[in-house]
Design a protein around this ligand. Structure first.
Ligand code: NDP
Ligand code: MG
Length: 382
């Protein structure tokens, strides 16, 4: 029996993880569930899965939540302290980090220090604090199994092979809803158009990131830290069908890829069950129905965020934090219709140019840089 804490259980990844638990009841037990403000769904989930703890970030909803769960012997916590607390519980084996944004940083570090397995969906944490996380993992002998489909594919393709025989990894990208568009075509695209992803059904923030290719930029930095590879060994290729989830090329020229249907339940399930494999609960891949797999170069002249990702990653230090924080704020402003789609990369570029890189980061420093970057973005748009 594997005992789970799901940070962000009401989101796209969180609810899919619970679908897995629902069909594999003999394998998993839910110890803690958390949400930001979707209290109704959290109540529903708590009633079904009977965790020992629930956390609601929004403090104003705590009493309501307590009332609704009164007879169930569930402890109700709030805030970042609540998230940190449930990530360190003795009775938890695996922490699935499925919150969105760098709010996941502190609970992830706490989970590592409590030697949990981290099933990592929350890529922003790895982007802003990759160096710290790696040190902590070593010190506390904890492990991360990537949930992000590309990194999960690479993790699978690395099994049984030697790391020093890797020539490069190739991250696949669907290209998002605006693949083939030029800058001219992107001038007036709306949030509704941006969050309609052709292949995956995801949360709003990551959907916008997919549309700008920022998602791939974050994934390049995520891969750099997860697999300990220089940026010149991390390539990106557009693969609109999203069937090949990513690949590893070895020094002898062999490429090992992982293929599957476009269903996040596959990588989530793998991360929760690793090193075991159990029966599929999704569709099977029908290659004849797919018929064709195509690959093309990413258009980084139009989708500049991808270039900015490599740039910030290579500069290192605090620059990925700045890129990520600027992006979190810019996406929020875009979803609120306060800026246009093409202003997103412009704001990110300004944030990078404005920042004097710092090294030897601490969690506190990262959070300070995040706050000042978000402030800077808001001043820029005034
Ligand atoms: P969603 O927006 O669907 O869900 C986010 C979850 O986090 C919800 O439970 C939400 O609660 C909670 N949350 C949001 N903000 C806060 C906050 N400030 N404090 C605490 N909890 C918060 O996101 P996704 O599931 O799409 O993505 C989650 C993470 O996984 C992201 O980092 C994303 O990049 C990554 N990922 C997602 C993929 C996908 O297919 N969706 C694929 C690969 C990676 P509430 O519901 O109350 O708002
Ligand atoms: Mg991904």
């Amino acid at each position: 029996m594997r005992r789970l804490c799901i940070l962000g259980s009401t989101g796209s990844i969180g609810t899919q993880a619970l679908e897995i638990v629902r069909t594999k009841k003999e394998e998993f037990k839910i110890i803690a569930l958390t949400a930001n403000s979707n209290v109704e769904l959290l109540i529903e989930q708590a009633k079904e899965f009977k965790p020992s703890y629930v956390v609601i970030m929004d403090e104003s909803k705590k009493n309501y939540l307590k009332d609704k769960l009164a007879n169930l012997e569930i402890e109700v916590l709030t805030g970042i302290e609540g998230l940190e607390y449930v990530s360190t519980l003795k009775e938890v084996d695996i922490v699935l980090t499925a919150v969105v944004g760098m709010i996941g940083l502190r609970p992830t570090v706490q989970a590592i220090r409590s030697q949990k397995r981290i099933a990592l969906a929350n890529k922003e944490t790895m982007v802003v604090a990759g160096e710290i996380i790696k040190k902590e993992l070593k010190e506390y002998k904890a492990e991360i199994i990537p949930v992000d489909s590309e990194h999960n594919a690479i993790f699978q393709a690395l099994q049984g092979n030697k790391k020093d025989e890797v020539a490069r990894i190739i991250l696949t990208a669907s290209g998002g809803p605006f693949r083939g568009y030029k800058k001219e075509d992107l001038k007036d695209v709306t949030p509704e158009m941006a969050i309609k992803h052709p292949r995956w059904n995801m949360g709003k923030k990551i959907s916008v990131d997919s549309a700008t290719l920022m998602n791939k930029a974050l994934e390049v930095i995520e891969a750099h830290w997860l697999f300990d590879l220089d940026y010149d060994k991390i390539d990106v290729i557009i693969h609109p069908q999203s069937i090949v989830h990513s690949m590893v090329e070895y020094i002898d020229g062999s490429i090992i890829a992982q293929l599957g249907v476009t269903d996040m339940k596959l990588p989530i399930k793998y991360a929760l069950e690793y090193p075991k494999r159990t029966d599929n609960i999704s569709d099977y891949l029908d290659l004849k129905a797919v018929a064709k797999l195509t690959f093309e170069e990413a258009d980084t002249e139009t989708f500049e965020c991808l270039k900015l990702g490599y740039l910030a990653g290579k500069i290192g230090g605090s620059m990925p934090t700045v890129l990520n924080a600027a992006n979190e704020e810019a996406v929020k402003l875009f979803l609120e219709r306060k800026i246009s789609f093409l202003e997103i990369p412009k704001l990110l570029q300004s944030a990078i140019e404005n920042h004097k890189v710092e090294h030897n980061l601490t969690i506190e420093k990262i959070i300070t840089i995040e706050e000042s970057t978000k402030k800077y973005i808001n001043e820029l748009i005034k």
